[in-house]
Design a protein around this ligand. Structure first.
Ligand code: ASP
Length: 443
C-alpha cells in the first residue's frame, strides 16, 4: 500500500460540517497517512478567511490599535468548530499565548501562521492523528528562501517516526527560529513538500472544485473536466491564468515524479484531475487538453529593412526593455519584422519611454503599437505532430470574424498562442472550444 498525503484547503475546513466530510474521506482510505490542513476559509462568499483576520490583527496591533475584537471573532470560529464536533480540546492556553505574542509585536508571518497551527491542532485531535509542527522540519534560509535540502533531510526523518500525522500548512521556520510563511495559498506547497519527504505514491489536493476544467466556465458554459494533465501542460495553462493550485506547489512533487490528484471535498466520488509526469505517450492525436487566456497586453511591432541580417538587433531591442525593468511574454518575428508582446501590468506608463529608446537604439523604419490585446493559449500534448491543428483553430476564429493579431507556436508543439483584440477574447475562447471539443451526443 502506497502512502498518500492529503492537503485540505480552507473551504474544506471552514466549519464543523466540513471537518466531518474530511474525516470521512481520511477514514475511507488507510493510506491517507499525512494530512496537511489550511486555516478555516470562508463559509459563504461574504465570510472572512481566518488568515485575513489574523493579518488584520497584526496590522491593528502594529498601528497601536486594539485587535481584541477581531481576535475574539477568530477564537469564536475555532471554538464553535470544537464544540460542534464534540471535541474536548481546550484551546484557551493557545489563544492566550497567541494574543500575548501579537500584543508584544509578533511578526505578520507568525500571526498569520497561527491559522493553520490552530486548525492543525483541532484536526489532529478529531482524527486521532499526531500533531507535528512544521516549524521543526520545514526550513527557510537567512534570505527567506525555502531550504529544500535541509527540509527534505529533516522532514523525512521526523515523519518516519509517525504512522499518521497532521502537519499544518503554510509555514516553517528560519535559521533564527522565527516563523516564516510561504506566499498566500502556500499550504499547497507544504503538501507537496510533505509528499516528497515521505515519498508518497500520491499527493491529494482537496478543494471545493472537482479539478480543472477545459476552459473558464464564466466564458464557456459547462466545459468538460480535465481528467488527466501533465505537469508541462499545466504549467502552460497556469501561466495563462488557470488556477486551482499554487504555482510553486508543483516543483517538489514533479521532481519526485509523484502525481497530484485535485479532488473535491464536497463531491469525493468525482475522480477530479490527475496531474502526471509526461511519460512521452501521445494522447488521442488532435485532441486538446485545455484553453486559457488573459486580457491586457500590448504589441510593439518593429520593422526594419534587412533586420534579419543585422548582427545584434534582437539584443539591442531587448536591452531597451531590460533597462526599463520590463519583461516580455512573447517575441514573434518575421524576416524584417519583430514584435514584442508585453503585459500592460509590466508596461505601466513606460510605453513612451520604451518607444523613444527603441527608436534611438534600433533605428527602425517603422514602429506600430497595438493596445488592448488578449492572449489565448490552446494547450495539449495531443496537438504535437498532428497536421491540421492550426488550420482547425484559425478556421474556427475566421468563421466568427475574429481577427488574429499575433500567432506563436512553441517549438514543443504543445501550445498555440494567439493574440486577439480584448473585445474578441470571450468569443475566441468559445470558438476554439467548440472546434476541438466534441459535443456530448445527449446534450
Ligand atoms: N491560509 C493561507 C492563505 O490564506 C494559506 C493557504 O490557505 O494555503 O493564504
Amino acid at each position: 500500500m502506497g502512502t498518500k498525503v492529503a492537503k485540505f484547503g480552507g473551504s474544506s475546513l471552514s466549519e464543523a460540517t466540513q471537518f466531518r466530510k474530511v474525516r470521512a474521506i481520511v477514514e475511507e482510505d488507510a493510506s491517507r497517512r499525512y494530512i496537511v490542513p489550511s486555516a478555516p476559509g470562508k463559509r459563504d462568499p461574504k465570510d472572512e478567511k481566518i488568515t485575513d483576520l489574523l493579518y488584520k490583527c497584526h496590522a491593528l496591533a502594529k498601528d497601536g490599535h486594539s485587535f481584541l475584537e477581531v481576535f475574539a471573532r477568530i477564537k469564536e470560529r475555532y471554538q464553535s468548530i470544537c464544540t460542534e464536533l464534540g471535541l474536548a480540546l481546550d484551546l484557551s492556553p493557545e489563544f492566550d499565548a497567541i494574543e500575548k505574542a501579537i500584543a508584544a509585536g509578533a511578526s505578520a508571518d507568525y500571526t498569520a501562521s497561527r491559522g493553520e497551527y490552530l486548525n492543525g491542532k483541532i484536526l489532529a485531535a478529531y482524527l486521532g492523528y499526531a500533531f507535528v509542527d512544521p516549524a521543526t522540519m520545514i526550513f527557510f534560509d537567512q534570505h527567506g528562501q525555502f531550504d529544500a535540502e535541509k527540509t527534505q533531510a529533516v522532514l523525512s526523518r521526523e515523519l518516519a517516526r509517525y504512522e499518521r500525522a497532521v502537519i499544518p500548512g503554510f509555514y516553517g521556520s528560519s535559521p533564527d527560529g522565527q516563523i516564516r510563511t510561504f506566499s498566500r495559498g502556500g499550504s499547497d506547497i507544504t503538501g507537496a513538500i510533505v509528499a516528497r519527504g515521505v515519498q508518497a505514491s500520491l499527493y491529494e489536493n482537496w478543494t471545493d472544485v472537482s479539478g480543472f476544467l477545459m476552459a473558464d466556465p464564466r466564458i464557456v458554459p459547462n466545459p468538460k473536466p480535465i481528467r488527466e494533465i501533465t505537469y508541462r501542460e499545466l504549467r502552460e495553462l497556469a501561466y495563462m491564468g488557470a488556477t486551482v493550485l499554487h504555482d510553486e506547489a508543483i516543483f517538489p512533487v514533479r521532481e519526485a515524479k509523484i502525481p497530484i490528484n485535485i479532488k473535491n471535498t464536497n463531491d469525493p466520488g468525482d475522480p477530479g484531475t490527475l496531474i502526471v509526469n509526461d511519460n512521452g505517450s501521445i494522447r488521442t492525436p488532435g485532441s486538446i487538453t485545455g484553453i486559457a487566456g488573459r486580457k491586457g497586453f500590448t504589441i510593439i511591432a518593429i520593422e526594419k529593412t534587412l533586420m534579419h541580417s543585422e548582427l545584434g538587433f534582437g539584443r539591442k531591442l531587448l536591452s531597451v526593455i531590460e533597462e526599463h525593468g520590463i519583461s516580455f511574454e512573447h517575441m514573434p518575428s518575421g524576416i524584417d519584422t519583430i514584435s514584442l508582446v508585453i503585459a500592460d501590468s509590466q508596461l505601466n506608463d513606460k510605453l513612451e519611454q520604451v518607444l523613444i529608446g527603441i527608436k534611438r537604439v534600433c533605428k527602425p523604419d517603422a514602429i506600430e503599437v497595438v493596445r488592448d490585446i488578449a492572449l489565448i493559449a490552446t494547450v495539449g500534448l495531443g496537438m504535437a505532430y498532428t497536421p491540421g491543428i492550426a488550420a482547425k483553430l484559425f478556421t474556427a476564429l475566421a468563421e466568427a470574424g475574429i481577427n488574429v493579431r499575433m500567432i506563436d507556436q512553441g517549438s514543443s508543439e504543445i501550445n498555440i498562442i494567439v493574440g486577439v483584440e480584448n473585445k474578441d477574447f470571450e468569443a475566441a475562447v468559445r470558438q476554439i472550444y467548440q472546434a476541438f471539443v466534441p459535443r456530448d451526443p445527449d446534450k
